[in-house]
Ligand binder design. Structure first.
Ligand SMILES: O=C[C@H](O)[C@H](O)COP(=O)(O)O
Ligand SMILES: C=C(OP(=O)(O)O)C(=O)O
Ligand SMILES: [Mn+2]
Length: 443
């Protein structure tokens, strides 16, 4: 039922590490095959149901987190900060637009990166490109850049630690809606957008007090649903964590609730489509500007032959300059064919450029313009703009330019911490949430 690993590799899988020691790969895979699941099949089914509501136009998906998580980043502060900004964004979207928000983190598994180039040259020295902590280390030395399969086992443990903390936060009181004010801390609170949030939090508090006064159960506000997601990239890892669910006899990839196929690995006959078509999790596919309507239709019929709502999400990432021209035909033809899909906008990956200082960056205005284009196209076609997929962090980093703080290219070096793509910082993320909430109200 599940294709074997060798058969997947025989398809010429794209973007895979070249491991120097096959025996070490076998040992890591064997270890992973015996490891307990990180998520349960029933939780994946719950998320499918929630994304089905997105597909029907009854909910909005907020998916966000680092471009690349790192092992060193698995600290209580870092995980809490990411969760906090996502909770703040979700509250803004839910309250300001009166739409249920499905919350999915790009976390607890987002450790493997596809790259444009196999190697990197610095000062005349060429080494393998950094492919995420799942594969090799960021440090520019031959030892660190050599792919090491033991890192896949480290991904498992880092994901388990992250997910454990996230589960504790979202069920243990931290995410209680009555805490809306306390999420607005430190540098954000004093920013104009933090002040705006403060006002909204005040309104929410009054509404909650009112509901309690009329007899609503305060436990209803105590916990939130939160799900994990990552790009299913390294076949050894995703295959080893694909298990048969004892309740249903169906295979699930238990490395995360939601997994997606990247723009560089979505070949119809490729290994990633082949593996993911066999699992029952809700899944996504990134669609870049070269995607034809026929490509999208073929992917939908291969990945979701029963056309189950919630199973498939198309995450478009066209770029601000191309979305208004490119997206309409895709949405029109997919819709006309009766395909059940949630449409989600990734306004990051089509908008990356290199600043003169050499830093990879993105303009906040391009991010907003792509989301606005996405909303406008869906509005014109009468389809539902189902969500956003963003690279962000809960910290005060300087990786994307623009936004209310008017970060300039000259500021990028102040606090550039991403090991791959530039992320929105916490203030920029909150600004995005308010702007998207306004777009949603109009939608
Ligand atoms: O996160 C996405 C990709 O891994 C990333 O954009 C690739 O970046 P590169 O073009 O620097 O390889
Ligand atoms: C690699 C990524 O995106 P894409 O596949 O869309 O380039 C990503 O989401 O980090
Ligand atoms: Mn990225």
């Amino acid at each position: 039922m599940i294709p074997d690993l060798a058969a997947l590799h025989a398809r010429g899988a794209a973007q895979q590490p070249s491991y120097p020691d096959p025996a070490a790969v076998d040992r890591a895979v064997a270890r992973l095959r015996t490891a307990p699941p990180l998520v349960f099949a029933g939780e994946c089914d719950d998320l499918t149901e929630k994304i089905a509501a997105v597909t029907r136009g009854e909910a909005f998906l907020l998916q966000g987190g680092d471009c690349a998580e790192t092992f060193a980043g698995v600290t209580a502060d870092n995980v809490r900060n990411k969760l906090r900004v996502l909770l703040q964004m979700a509250v803004v979207l839910t309250y300001a637009a009166s739409v249920p928000v499905v919350k999915v983190g790009r976390l607890a598994g987002q450790y493997a990166k596809p790259r444009s180039s196999d190697d990197e040259t610095r000062d005349g020295v060429t080494l393998p490109a950094y492919r995420g902590d799942a594969v090799n280390g960021f440090e520019f030395t031959p030892e660190t850049r050599t792919p090491d399969p033991q890192r896949l086992v480290d991904v498992y443990h880092s994901s388990a630690a992250t997910l454990n903390l996230v589960r504790a936060f979202v069920t243990g009181g931290y995410a209680d809606l009555r805490q809306v004010h306390t999420w607005n801390t430190d540098f954000v609170r004093s920013s104009p957008i933090g002040q705006r949030y403060e006002q909204l939090a005040g309104e929410i508090e009054r509404a909650l007090t009112f509901m309690e006064a009329i007899g609503a159960d305060p436990d209803e506000f105590h916990r939130v649903d939160f799900h994990s997601s990552h790009e299913a990239l390294v076949l050894e890892y995703e295959h080893a964590l694909t298990r048969i669910d004892s309740r249903t006899g169906s295979p699930y990839d238990v490395s995360g609730h939601f997994v997606w196929i990247g723009e560089r690995t979505r070949q119809l006959d490729g290994a990633h489509v082949e593996l993911l078509r066999h699992i029952k999790n809700p899944i996504g596919v990134k669609l870049g500007p070269t995607t034809t309507p026929d490509d999208a239709l073929a992917l939908a019929s291969r990945l979701n032959p029963e056309n189950t709502p919630g199973r498939l999400t198309f995450i478009t990432r066209f770029g601000a300059g191309r979305i208004r021209d490119g997206l309409p035909e895709l949405v029109e033809k997919v819709t006309a064919a009766g395909v059940q899909v949630a449409w989600v906008c990734d306004p990051m990956h089509g908008n990356t450029f290199e600043a003169s200082s050499g830093y990879k960056t993105r303009r906040f205005d391009d991010v907003i313009e792509e989301v606005q284009g996405f909303f406008d196209v869906h509005h014109a076609l009468g389809t539902w703009p189902g969500g956003i997929h963003v690279e962000l962090t809960g910290d005060d980093v300087t990786e994307c330019v623009g936004g209310g703080e008017e970060l300039a290219e000259i500021d990028l070096g102040n606090r550039y911490e991403s090991v791959c793509d530039p992320r929105l910082n916490r203030v920029q993320s909150l600004e995005l949430a308010f702007l998207v909430a306004a777009m949603l109200r109009r939608a």
